[in-house]
Design a protein. Structure first.
Length: 295
């Protein structure tokens, strides 16, 4: 059990591991080159998650890069400096966990010898039917473009076999949920507010805090919120982002909503059991039109 642990990278893996070791009693510092945690997640949700994790004891060195590491008898001395440039300083730790992202394991598989083309980042290039550049060789999972997630690979495996059987298999990577298994959990599917802003899409936002959810308050897990982004004219759900208890389970309803092209009104008019944390999803959908019941 390390007394001091440094995690390099504030993505899902880094935060999951860091939060576990923090709860076990380690002093955890997370170093991230960006000025925020959870790259790719909705920034408001990521910021709220950081505040909660900080209250739990995690320390954050954002906008910082590690430029050197010197092992010693008592641990590791890290040299970190501001990503934008500036004076470097030392950071001591017993153990350092490097969690700066993953890459596909495609080297040494004989791809070049077979003539199988690779995309940017070393991924195997495939078409919509998972066919590589060599006829008869298909690929799915972490070695092909898309989220490197087990459930994404599973869906691709099913769709690939369906296509081989002459059926219409398909996977929409825009509807693959992402979950960060810290506590509270962070879950997301669809578009973020930042993406919609960049693309000039008109949208409405509905938010509901778990602090106003009876089940969350009873169980003592009232941190976080549900955030729903809906099209400004059609009310169609564009993205759902959840920080809170059981977020990894609650996001399934949001994925289903995106799959069926549901509107926020559709979710708002769906009966949710009371008392349950799922009521926060209904309330956030109501909030899109300013009609939350329990805020």
């Amino acid at each position: 059990m390390p007394e001091r642990l440094v995690v390099i990278g504030a993505g899902a893996i880094g935060l999951e591991q860091g939060s576990v070791w923090s709860r076990l009693g380690a002093e955890v510092t997370v170093v991230e080159i960006l000025d925020h945690i959870l790259p790719g997640m909705d920034r408001e949700i990521a910021g709220a998650a950081q505040r909660i994790l900080r209250k739990q004891g995690l320390r954050f060195e954002l906008g910082s890069r590690v430029t050197g590491a010197e092992p010693g008898t008592a641990g590791v001395g890290l040299r970190i400096e501001p990503a934008a440039g500036g004076e470097a300083r030392e950071l001591e730790a017993e153990v350092v966990l490097v969690a700066v992202g993953r890459r596909p394991f495609t080297e040494g598989l004989g791809l070049d010898e077979l003539g199988i083309a690779r995309a940017e980042g070393g991924f195997i290039q495939v078409d919509g039917a998972f066919q590589t550049s060599v006829a008869g060789i298909l690929a799915i999972g972490d070695c092909v473009p898309g989220p490197m997630l087990a459930h994404k690979a599973e869906e691709e495996g099913v769709a690939c076999v369906e296509i081989l059987a002459g059926q219409q298999g398909h996977v929409d990577h825009g509807r693959i949920p992402s979950v960060v298994y810290t506590w509270p959990e962070v879950a997301s599917v669809g578009r973020t507010q930042e993406e919609l802003d960049r693309e000039g899409v008109e949208y409405q936002v509905g938010k509901f805090p778990f602090a106003a959810n009876s089940r969350a308050r009873i169980t003592g897990d009232a941190d976080g919120m549900v955030k729903i982004l809906a099209d400004g004219s059609s009310d169609r759900v564009l993205g759902v982002h959840i920080l809170g208890p059981m977020a990894g389970d609650l996001i399934a309803e949001a994925v289903l909503a995106l799959e069926f092209g549901a509107s926020a009104e559709d979710i708002a008019r769906t009966c949710h059991a009371h008392p349950s944390v799922s009521e926060a999803v209904k309330e956030a959908a109501l909030a899109v039109d300013g009609r939350s019941l329990h805020t």
